[in-house]
Structures are given as structure tokens and as C-alpha cells.
Design a protein around this ligand. Sequence first.
Ligand SMILES: Nc1ncnc2c1ncn2[C@@H]1O[C@H](COP(=O)(O)OP(=O)(O)O)[C@@H](O)[C@H]1O
Ligand SMILES: [Mg+2]
Length: 273
Amino acid sequence: MTKILYKKNFTFGYFRVILYSYNLEEMLKIKDDLIDLFEKKKGASVKSSSFTSVIKFANNETNRVYYYKEFLNRGVKDILKNLFGFYRAKKAFKAGHMLLRENFHTPRPVLFGIKKKYFFISKIFLITESVDGERTYEYIKKYYKMPMSSELIKEKRSMICAAGKEIGRLHKSGIFHGDLRVGNILISGAGDNTRFFFIDNERTVKKNRLPEKYRLKNLVQLNMLGLSHISRTDRLRFILSYIGVNPGLSETKKTLIRKIVFLTNKRKKQKPS
Ligand SMILES: Nc1ncnc2c1ncn2[C@@H]1O[C@H](COP(=O)(O)OP(=O)(O)O)[C@@H](O)[C@H]1O
Ligand SMILES: [Mg+2]
């Protein structure tokens, strides 16, 4: 990993920025956009959760579009973690590259960085390259408008099977996504050729073998999706296609499905959407 450091003076002092990347050339080209991004003078803000700030921007030198994501502190725990160098941006950067190495779709992490004012960390951020996927909810509502023709229903079913296969492949590789809500999957293409991009990877990890607890957690996170376009049979289709990739689970498939349903209902009661 390459690191660059620079200091910027302003009227009442200075700040330092430390940037890390695997690609020095690209990092140097993007570096000059950062001051404007810090001040929200560049790009367009994108809807994100309350503990992040996301901006989509284009870089003139690379001719590419990127997403700048700033990780805001969620409390004392984050502040302590940052002091010890456990930055969320760094975790997301590394996990993104791991996913790419393992042949999964995810926006390519370009760099991550820390802005320090004197000794205090004032910003922690990650830049990823833009992918042309759409948010799951919007994608489904847009492509699978009700009432659906039989052709469209067929296509939707293929998309659901493709999703089951892809998540199955993810788990088969021992990868757990820390927050696999459908909101963290971007989709492009259609039917069998649908592509699923995993985003928000700060808690994504690869294990030698995926523990049962993690498998269930991800499957419940996905099953929380509440859209009338996705029927109970579609959910079954998803899980069968998931098991198809993980044949070791086929003997206990009924128990697995029962657990998913039970835990999803429990979670819905705790967190009604
Ligand atoms: N590289 C990217 N390509 C395309 N869209 C992106 C990219 N990164 C972020 N986004 C968009 O920004 C939104 C918020 O990003 P995300 O990383 O999920 O932040 P949060 O942690 O706040 O959920 C996503 O839902 C997606 O629409
Ligand atoms: Mg997200």
C-alpha cells in the first residue's frame, strides 16, 4: 500500500491529510479534488445513513466517476477505535479489495484517508469508483412494475435465482457481509445476467469456513426486504438456489428455512419498518 502525506495551511493554522492506496498515480490525480470534497464544494450529495456523508463526483484527470464517503463518529467507541488506527474506511477499503480478488462485484476501492487538524482526526473517508448498479428497492420497483406480464415474472424469477446463487457463492467462499440489507446491494442487468454489487463493506470478512451464526445473520438481513413484488415463493426460490450452491446444507434445509423465518419475524417485531 502506498501512502502520501500533505499539509495544507489556512488562515488559522494547518491540517494534514494522509492518504493510502494501491494505485499511486490515481491517488495523486484525485488528491486535488479533496479540499473541495471536504467543504462540499464539489460533486453531488447522495442519500446515505445518518453516520456517513456520501458525495458523487467526477475527476477530470482520470475521466472517471467516484463516490467519496465520509465516516462520521457514532460515539466514544469509534473515537477510541480511530485512536488505535482501526478506521472504518480502512476496513472497507481492504474488504472491498478482498471481494474483488475473490471475484465478486463491488465498487473498486481507490483510496482511503484521514484528515487531521493538529492532533485531532477531523475526517475519515473512502473513495470508491462508481458502479452503474441501482439500489435494490428502486431497481425492483422500476423493472418489475405491477401487474407483471408472464415474461416479466419469468425474468424476475431468474433474477431471484441469480441472487440466491450469488449469495450462496459468497458464503461458500467463507465471506460474511456485516450488513447485508438489500440496501447494500446494487443491481444491474436483468434475469440470469443480473449483477449484484456488494457495498458498505466495513464489516465484511472472509473466514476459512462460514460459521452458522453468520450465515443466518446475512440470510435474515436479506429476508427483511419488504416488497409485495417478492412473494413467499420467491423467497423459497432464493433459498433453494442458495442451497444449490451449498449442497452440504440440503439435508438440513427445512431447519434452515424455519430458523430464517423465525429470526426474521423476531427482528421485524424488534424493528418494525
Ligand atoms: N461506488 C459506488 N457506486 C455507485 N453507488 C454508490 C457507490 N458508493 C455509494 N453509492 C451510493 O451511495 C449510497 C450510500 O452508500 P453506502 O456506502 O451504502 O453508505 P451508508 O453506509 O450510509 O449506507 C448507496 O446506497 C449507493 O446508492
Ligand atoms: Mg449502505
